[in-house]
Design a protein around this ligand. Structure first.
Ligand SMILES: Cc1cc2nc3c(=O)[nH]c(=O)nc-3n(C[C@H](O)[C@H](O)[C@H](O)COP(=O)(O)OP(=O)(O)OC[C@H]3O[C@@H](n4cnc5c(N)ncnc54)[C@H](O)[C@@H]3O)c2cc1C
Length: 542
């Protein structure tokens, strides 16, 4: 019997499993897909304080800035600085002053996350930073935020949890909450029934306490025990442009005045997000991302950078926020605060839920959940160490030229691999020969050695897992170059039959198509649809 069964391997669940295991609890962590595959993997990937939330939710901005600073220190290899420009327009008059006043207030929190104070740039200075600015731009304000590799963040939290003794169940969905019987005032739980979604195996796991960290699915999980969580899910769409457009992020304004972001991320640029109420099934891979969503975001980019209309949109993808319920405000204006719910209030003993919050404060949210778990379990408080204990592989950026004398890869490739593995890359490439370092994915510098590590040590079981863990097909080829050789290598490692390998490849390319489709239009869309229609059934994942 475990002390704690955690449902959901997003930022909150992964962070809670790590924290709980480090505080001495026996932990089982269940994730229906892969670590960070839910909302966490579909976020804007910034650990930002939330400048906008300063207007109506100062405590959340403050907590996010403080926790973002801690995340930067415990995971320096996963985080990177994004200096932002916030364009000022000639016609906006007092609005420009209001923007600067907001930034002046935000400056107070910048030191917590290691950011610089804002600066006001005149039109020439702004254009020297970003020559493509629209003629109407009459200057800019600067601010500092931080980006993060969200999938690696979730995976490395989980790896650390495992190293602290947690048992991991990826691709395993909790399908029932097991009842122990009646207790005064309600029912008690005794664990979970889970189903491995890849091999169909169903099994029970006993636990003294269940933590529901299922993000936007938290309502569905709570309902398994006839309990409820106060959620108001919101859909957010992003687009990915093919190139890294520049080295600055940009604060964008949509046609309706909404604030959005343009964010350089690796070799690509991300823009978004929309924010609308969502009543559907968060598991749907497409989440109905439309060409209109894409147009709305591209137009916001084009207001600041008119050439954005010419940029190639590689893909468009949707995620669902697990925001705490409030009536009478727009989805955009909902607080990003988090809440720990003890379902004793619904007459269910042995179940707590964590809802809401931000990626930027996932560590603190997880800490609050584990504090509540210790209390529920009647354990003495144990200090939380996740704010100071490094994430696996954490180290200051090494000298990649020197490292290239140790590991037979070019310094530029090492810089990319380091962002995924950090110091652990030395173990991954120990004794590596030419076959181990031959590139499988050139744009992301993925080699056979890293794929073997991802499968053997990190437990990847599908090509999608490999994309999240090792960035296979995460570049602009979208898998057309590297998915097949990666699938072949996985087949050798996992003993897949040729049929299984082909089916895996097809389902992987189908997922890529779902994200590419809303970005296409006219003849290109027709041509691609026609091409897909001519593929034999097995090549389409049938
Ligand atoms: C569009 C968008 C942009 C955002 N941008 C930012 C940002 O830039 N910065 C920021 O700080 N925050 C951002 N957020 C918010 C942030 O992403 C979330 O607060 C955070 O990722 C939520 O993590 P989570 O672990 O609660 O949820 P999730 O990441 O969704 O994790 C829940 C997991 O539970 C699993 N699960 C569900 N049901 C079951 C079951 N029955 N059994 C087993 N597993 C199950 C799911 O597969 C999922 O992986 C954004 C959110 C969205 C939607």
């Amino acid at each position: 019997m475990y002390d704690l069964a955690v449902i959901g391997g997003g930022a909150n669940g992964a962070g809670a499993a790590r924290d709980a295991a480090l505080r001495g609890l026996s932990v089982a962590l269940f994730e229906r897909e892969d670590w960070g595959a839910g909302t966490t993997g579909h976020s804007t990937r910034m650990i930002h304080g939330g400048l906008r939330y300063l207007l109506y939710d100062v405590p959340t901005t403050k907590a996010s800035c403080i926790d973002a600073g801690r995340i930067r220190r415990i995971a320096p290899h996963l985080t990177f600085r994004i200096p932002f420009l916030w364009p000022l327009y000639g016609h906006e008059g007092l609005m420009g002053e209001a923007k600067e006043a907001l930034l002046a207030a935000y400056d107070r929190f910048a030191p917590a996350k290691g950011g610089l104070q804002h600066v006001r740039l005149d039109p020439d200075e702004a254009r020297r930073m970003e020559p493509g600015l629209a003629p109407e731009v009459a200057g800019a304000l600067t601010l500092d935020e931080w980006g993060i590799d969200v999938h690696r963040l979730a995976a490395l939290n989980v790896l650390d949890a495992r190293e602290a003794g947690a048992h991991l169940y990826p691709h395993t969905e909790v399908v029932e909450l097991l009842r122990a019987g009646d207790v005064p005032g309600g029912r008690a739980l005794r664990g979970v029934r889970a189903r491995d979604r890849l091999d169909g195996r169903v099994f029970d796991v006993e636990a003294r306490l269940v933590l529901n960290a299922a993000g936007p699915w938290a309502g569905l999980v709570a309902a398994l025990a006839d309990a409820a969580v106060p959620l108001r899910p919101g859909k957010g769409v992003h687009v990915t442009f093919e190139r890294r457009i520049g080295n600055f992020g940009m604060i964008l304004e949509g046609v309706d005045g909404r604030v959005m972001f343009l964010v350089p991320h690796g070799a690509e640029t991300i823009a978004g997000t929309t924010d609308t109420d969502f009543y559907g099934d968060p598991s749907r891979v497409d989440l109905e991302v439309t060409a209109d969503d894409v147009g709305y975001i591209v137009e916001a980019c084009a207001r600041a950078l008119p050439q954005a209309r010419e940029w190639r949109v590689l893909r468009a993808w949707g995620g669902v926020r697990n925001t705490v319920f409030e009536w009478g405000v727009t989805s955009d204006s909902l607080s990003r605060r988090h809440e720990i719910v003890d379902h004793a209030r619904d007459g269910v003993d042995g179940l707590i839920s964590i809802i809401g919050g931000k990626l930027a404060s996932y560590r603190e949210q997880a800490q609050d959940a584990v504090d509540a778990a210790l209390l529920k379990l009647g354990r003495a408080p144990v200090p939380c160490t996740t704010g100071v204990r490094p994430i696996p592989g954490a180290e200051p950026e090494p000298d990649f030229v020197a490292l290239a004398r140790e590991i037979p890869l070019p310094p530029t490739a090492l810089a990319l691999v380091w962002r995924r593995l950090g110091s652990r890359m030395r173990e991954v490439f120990q004794g590596a020969g030419p076959d181990d370092v031959a590139p499988i994915c050139r744009s992301e510098a993925v080699t056979a050695a890293e794929i073997r590590h991802a499968v053997r040590e990190e437990g990847c079981r599908t090509l999608e897992d490999l994309r999240r863990h090792a960035h296979v097909a995460a570049g602009s080829c979208d898998g057309l170059d590297c998915a097949a050789p990666a699938a072949q290598l996985m087949a050798e490692l996992l003993g897949w039959t040729p049929e299984r390998t082909l089916a895996e490849l097809d389902s992987f390319l189908d997922r890529r198509w779902v994200e590419r489709r809303p970005a296409l239009a006219g003849a290109t869309l027709a041509q691609e649809e026609l091409f897909r229609a001519t593929l034999p059934p097995v090549r389409k994942g049938a």
